[in-house]
Write a protein that binds this ligand. Sequence first.
Ligand code: SF4
Ligand code: MG
Length: 335
Amino acid sequence: KKELLKVEGLKQYFPIKGGFLGRTVNHVKAVDDISFTIYEGETVSIVGESGCGKSTTGRAILRLEEPTDGSVVFQGTDITKIPKGEMRKFRKDLQIIFQDPYASINPRQTVASVLSEAMHIQNVLPPDQRRARIEQLLETVGLRPYQADRYPHEFSGGQRQRIGIARALSVDPKLIICDEAVSALDVSIQAQVLNLLEELQDEYGLTYLFISHDLGVVRHISDRIIVMYLGKIVEIADKNSLFENPQHPYTKALLSAIPVPDPDAVKSRIVLKGDVPSPIDPPQGCRFHTRCPFATDKCRTEEPVLRTSDIMKDTHEAACHYMEEISAGKMTPNY
Ligand code: SF4
Ligand code: MG
């Protein structure tokens, strides 16, 4: 396995201004010291509820937002330390696809113009060769060459997302960050777009960082899964290991909320109390303690670190003081 991207100690704090001098009075700790590695050719997903920091992580990796701290090493270069002007050449390798194809496609540009602009910015192919490449890209994503001269409003949501994918592909990237890329689509269209992404991955050796709140989608596409809660990674594992042997109570709660026609699953359902606390002043100790049915005094003061255990594969890590005891049924949930 070859490392493609290594995120270390990444923090993204957004200042909150206040007082009559407009000073920074506090911070939203959207992402608070997370580390993970993405290997070439794999699909890593980040999953969690809104506000957990998953989209902020994607944006910080691309420096669409300047990270507060930490490093993002892409093929040996820490791209958080290079001058902003030099980011352009990395933007070629690192593309992002957003949820709303309308928001990322100019409604007054034809598809051909959207794609050739992307190729122009990255200096891909001489101008006279771009048209042929655009028509070929449209076929690659399941559209027709003549549709190059159409406008975004002439396409359905799924087709517009295909155009977004063609635009990302037009610069020949290595890693594509898909930020809720299929969330706005109907389930059947979602499956088509996910299948397309998988085909393209095999064909072009692409690597994906897939950001989604939807565990069904994540289950379809991922090789590995990162679960985030309030700016922290609480669990990271191979897909099967995560679904079959989840360790963190938050992950268990997320998984048990997926509707399945299985009476045993209903019995083991973990119901969370309350809402996600504010990321401005996150709970001390384990950030999940205000909602965790197993929380003890230790959880309220000591922050658990990501670690593996005897009941997990060694590529599987979770951040909970009591995962062994909980799995062994030695902790009584306090609902
Ligand atoms: Fe729950 Fe404590 Fe584990 Fe946090 S460390 S998930 S509060 S049992
Ligand atoms: Mg794959």
